[in-house]
Design a protein around this ligand. Structure first.
Ligand code: HC0
Ligand code: SF4
Length: 569
């Protein structure tokens, strides 16, 4: 252990702890901007500087470690002055139009500048112009970039995709797509992890809220909204609601207040995915040994990753569409008819924790109802929260409303799709039933739960040992795929989600800078599963009715047409 003094307080900490972590653990808050624990500890922003007795220069506390007898001042007059100058210099290269910024009120630079009482800009402004493709689901505004390098590091170290790089020199230094590429032509998966780890408004999703309001204002359109599993575990965060208060039924109420005609639960389509994907798995297992496992295909960032990085393995992806796209196809091809409206008059919207879903719904293959797009518009959780504000809806005053019938009913198995391992667990629950004709205990497959980036388990199914693996984060996905290709790992079924922790930690989720929320949100989804009336996808009566009335059998002709796709196309 190391003993030191921070701001007059005796502190004891482990060796090799950074001064920043030691101070924060002792209840002394040192501000920081570029710092991301274990990912970006480069001391670039100079906001976390501290004074150490016996050391001439101020030093960054995020990448200097404690030593025995060290005496540290985190907020001395000298520290305050230098810190303020450093932030003023950052602001001289930052377009501070805070009132119009997507991160206003949730921007670390804004908070720090305010805390330091900066009221003027003493340095000449040099702000690069905004140049970006408006079509891209992911937007970079160079005029807001503070060169903290977090996006580069997340993409390199966690996602192992290397999309971003430093460009230019001196005052012209900025971050852009590597190799002078354009984002739409790059291998970017659109997972959005760079967005959720950006401390300012330099990265965001494309804002599509105006299209939503335009559809609501169009009397010819019936607006139908689906809500993804992970949205219910996060939407209340920015509104100050606890998990218990942020019931999904309040989202339904809010959307109806906005003028939405029908609101359904993507969890229903998650149950449908299990019927199709589970049946596909069993068919594949009956064919004997395969070189590679079957991979889940519901995460569009993972599918993009597979296509760009390992195109020869794309055919191992389950052909099942994601729940979002299954839902879109069912709403237009089936539900519109039930309502007595033309499918062309349906405007189908999804609220997702995800940016990559904005690239999935526009794929040419996602048009099986024949209206152009099965899902017309994808909005992130953050866009939904902004719409609540725009509509002056106070979530604390909302009552809950149930989802619309008949495709609003879902099971606990559908809810856990939003957490890493959830698709696997839900699939195993139903695969067991399909093989044995009876259910296992609902929690029989919980070995696949957890936050480790790559985990594996084995279960007995149909007299054979089923080897499964679950990975989240594309860096872990790459490790797993490499191990398969080298013959060092062998599985039958693998679930991959691009975002660490799964959709709960999705790139479209509310941002709490420096705090990872995926685990806490995931635990809430497990809680919702635990208290659900139904916990097996195959027991969902609305799913049973859909097969009986319309689809026929899982993997049957109609199901094949509407619910499956060719990921190699
Ligand atoms: Fe997900 Fe999904 S679980 S990918 O993260 O499968 O976005 O929440 O909606 O489609 O259901 C996202 C979340 C979904 C889909 C579902 C799957
Ligand atoms: Fe989107 Fe979920 Fe995949 Fe993240 S893990 S890219 S939120 S589908």
């Amino acid at each position: 252990m190391v003993n030191l003094t921070i701001d007059g307080k005796q502190v004891q900490t482990k060796e090799n702890t950074t001064i920043l972590e030691a101070a924060r653990a002792a209840g002394i808050y040192v501000p920081s901007l570029c710092y991301l624990k274990d990912i970006n500890e480069i001391g670039a922003c100079r906001v976390c500087v501290v004074e150490v007795e016996g050391v001439d220069k101020l030093i960054s506390s995020c990448n200097n470690v404690v030593s025995e007898g060290m005496v540290v001042y985190t907020n001395s007059p000298r520290v305050r002055e230098v810190r303020k100058t450093n932030v003023e210099l950052i602001l001289s290269q930052h377009d501070s139009k805070c009132t119009m910024c997507v991160r206003s009120g949730n921007c670390t630079l804004q908070t720090i500048a305010n805390d330091l009482d900066i009221r003027r800009q003493p340095y000449e402004m040099q702000v690069p112009p905004y140049q970006w493709s408006p079509r891209s689901p992911l937007i970079r505004d160079a005029s807001k970039c503070i060169k903290c390098m977090r996006c580069i590091q997340i993409c390199d170290k966690v996602q192992d995709l290397h999309i971003w790089d430093v460009e230019g020199t001196g005052a012209r230094t900025t971050v852009d797509v590597a190799y002078n590429n354009r984002i739409m032509d790059s291998d970017c998966s659109f997972c959005g992890q760079c967005v959720t780890h950006c401390p300012v408004g330099a990265l965001s999703e494309r804002d599509d809220t105006e299209q939503f309001f335009a559809a609501l204002a169009n009397p010819k359109k019936k607006v139908i909204v689906q809500i993804a599993p992970a949205v219910r575990a996060s939407w209340g965060e920015e509104m100050g609601l606890s998990h218990e208060e942020a019931e999904v039924g309040k989202i339904v109420t809010a959307l109806k207040m906005m003028g939405v005609d029908y609101v359904f639960d993507t969890d229903f389509a998650a149950d449908l995915t299990i019927m199709e994907e589970g049946s596909e798995l069993l068919r594949r297992l009956s064919e004997g040994e395969h070189q590679y496992p079957m991979f889940t295909s519901c995460c569009p960032a993972w599918v993009r990753f597979m296509k760009s990085q390992y195109p020869d393995m794309t055919e191992c992806l389950s052909t099942a569409k994601s729940p979002q796209q299954m839902f879109g196809a069912v709403v237009k091809a089936y539900y519109a008819g039930k309502l007595g409206i033309a499918k062309e008059d349906v405007f189908s919207v999804s609220i997702m924790p995800c940016i990559a879903k904005k690239s999935e719904n526009i794929l040419p293959t996602m048009n099986d109802a024949g209206t152009g797009r099965d899902v017309d518009l994808v909005l992130t959780t953050r866009e939904f929260v902004r719409m609540l504000r725009a509509e002056h809806i106070r979530p604390d005053l909302l009552e809950s409303t149930p989802f619309d019938d008949p495709i609003g009913e879902a099971t606990g198995a559908g809810v856990i799709f939003g957490v890493t391992g959830g698709v696997m667990e839900a699939a195993l629950r139903s695969a067991y039933y399909l093989v044995n004709g009876e259910n296992a205990a609902p929690d029989a497959f919980q070995n696949v739960r957890g936050q480790e980036g790559w985990r594996e388990a084995e279960f007995e199914l149909a007299g054979k040992t089923l080897r499964v693996a679950v990975a989240s984060g594309l860096g872990n996905a790459r490790k797993l795929v490499k191990a398969l290709r080298k013959g060092k790992a062998h599985y039958d079924f693998v679930e991959i989600m691009a975002c660490p922790g799964g959709c709960a930690g999705g790139g479209g989720q509310p941002i709490k800078d420096g705090l990872e929320q995926a685990e806490c949100r995931g635990n809430h989804l497990y809680f919702l599963d635990d208290i659900a009336n139904l916990r097996f996808s195959h027991e969902n009566p609305a799913i049973q009715a859909l097969y009986k009335d319309f689809l026929g059998e899982p993997l049957g002709e109609k199901a094949h047409h509407l619910l499956h796709t060719d990921h190699t196309a």
